[in-house]
Design a protein around this ligand. Structure first.
Ligand SMILES: Cc1ncc(COP(=O)(O)O)c(C=O)c1O
Length: 434
């Protein structure tokens, strides 16, 4: 048995599935990390891989980013969490509020799930309405309401005129399902018709502008504008989930749109490698968490929220992710997407690549998907994807199980060339199966 197999045998005895997050699982067993630096992860068997997973989009500078590690090292000596404020929380909040036009006030939490949940609770408290609307198939973390229909399948997703409310976890209360309205992505006419049916009870419309699980296809500006107008006309809020997409521009994916959300949920990269979430937006809405003028309408706490380790790491990482760094990373990502397209062409495989900013996703489909239903991976495509992902993993690339990848500032064109070579081999293997 290899060292990784031995650890996994121990892991299965003490954790369901042998882990605390299903993301690490691989067949026949996961591998375990020895160390990681920049864009290279080395496992305990000594195999090196270029990291296009970046802890599911959370590492913008790769691993062990020197400036972040130094700043965190100093803070560690002074303590890790107190029941007393820290100036670093305030200076990081100041930095973030300056970064994006829709950010007037901000609060930090510990995960993207918590950020989305807090946005929804703030919206309910502000509007005094119970329901949220979300796009079919979009992933927003584990909160009961936010996860509805994230894993809908052809046999249960229902009519496109009224997509079904499909629970993810068994036992999700019917009450939670009843308070979620599902709309199709980039389909303005149908979406508005569905929203109109619930217009007196919707607190917020929740939207990811470049949704990973829907296929990393950008939201159409006219769709976003229509949702903005609908929310304004119906006293509902527009929430952007930028947990992943904040890396797209200096001021998030919203920087590419002529629309301001009322609230934005963030997480992942803004923690500089540590657990984080944040919600930010209009001051009058954020003030539902303000306890200074009587009981807050949405009382908001969190033992590790804004802990100084996360604040130090996040502030440092975001300082380094300045305008120039964003431009350089996005150019490198354009190069990566072109190299993938080239590999698809040379191999003759039936596949395509989507993406924007520093994200890409490979689909084993002739045509790029346009919504969750067309992005859905059928059983043949699942087989092609598994073959491709096994190949690239064995040859030295880490990617996300959906066929997605994200770049980090630690990468250069040399890593993109290596990626292209390895992927070409994977495309050829899939072509032989098609
Ligand atoms: C768009 C989006 N929202 C929310 C979340 C939840 O974030 P976390 O895993 O930090 O709870 C994720 C996680 O992948 C995400 O991709």
């Amino acid at each position: 048995m290899s060292p990784s197999e031995q650890i996994y045998e121990r892991a299965k005895r003490v954790m369901p599935g042998g882990c605390s997050r299903n993301t690490i699982l691989r067949k026949p067993h996961p591998v375990y990390v020895k160390h990681a630096k920049g864009c290279i992860v080395t496992d305990i068997e000594g195999k090196e891989r270029i990291d296009f997973a970046n802890n599911v989009a959370s590492l913008i500078h790769g691993h062990a980013h020197p400036a972040t590690i130094n700043a965190v090292g100093e803070q560690l000596q002074r303590g890790t969490a107190y029941t007393v404020g820290t100036e670093i929380e305030v200076s990081y909040a100041e930095q973030m509020v300056k970064r994006c036009a829709s950010f007037e006030k901000i609060r930090f939490v510990n995960s993207g799930t918590e950020a989305v949940m807090s946005c929804i609770k703030a919206a309910r408290a502000y509007t005094n309405k119970p329901k949220i609307a979300k796009v079919e198939g979009s992933y927003h973390g584990l909160y009961d309401y936010a996860e509805v229909s994230q894993t809908a399948k052809p046999n249960n997703w229902g009519d496109i005129e009224h997509p079904a409310r499909v629970p993810v976890s068994q036992g999700t209360p019917q009450g939670a399902l009843d308070d979620v309205v599902i709309i199709p992505f980039n389909d303005t006419v149908r979406a508005i018709k569905i929203l109109d049916e619930h217009k007196d009870s919707i607190a917020a419309v929740l939207l990811d502008l470049l949704p990973h699980r829907i296929g990393v296809i950008p939201a159409d500006p006219s769709f976003v504008k229509a949702l903005r107008n609908w929310a304004t006309e119906n006293q509902a809020l527009l929430i952007f989930d930028e947990v992943i997409t904040f890396r797209t521009n200096y001021d998030g994916a919203q920087g590419s749109y002529d629309v301001k959300p009322d609230l934005t949920a963030m997480g992942k990269m803004i923690g500089g490698g540590f657990p984080v979430g944040a919600l930010s937006g209009r001051a009058d809405i954020m003030d539902v968490m303000n306890p200074l003028n009587g009981p807050a309408r949405f009382p908001h706490y969190g033992t590790f929220s804004a802990n100084p380790i996360t604040m130090t790491a996040g502030k440092t990482a975001m300082e380094w992710f300045n305008q120039q760094a964003v431009i350089r990373l996005n150019k490198l990502s354009d190069l990566a997407r072109s190299a993938i397209e080239e590999g698809i062409k040379i191999s003759g495989v039936s596949a395509c690549v989507t993406g924007a900013g520093s994200m890409f996703r490979i689909h084993f489909k002739e045509l790029a998907p346009t919504n969750y239903r067309s992005a859905f991976i059928n059983s043949d495509e699942q087989r092609y994807l598994a073959t491709f992902l096994d190949h690239v993993f064995d040859e030295g690339l880490l990617m996300i199980e959906t066929g997605s990848g994200l770049l980090s500032t630690a990468m250069t064109s040399a890593e993109i060339d290596q990626m292209a070579d390895i992927m070409l081999g994977g495309f050829r293997k899939v072509k032989a199966l098609q």
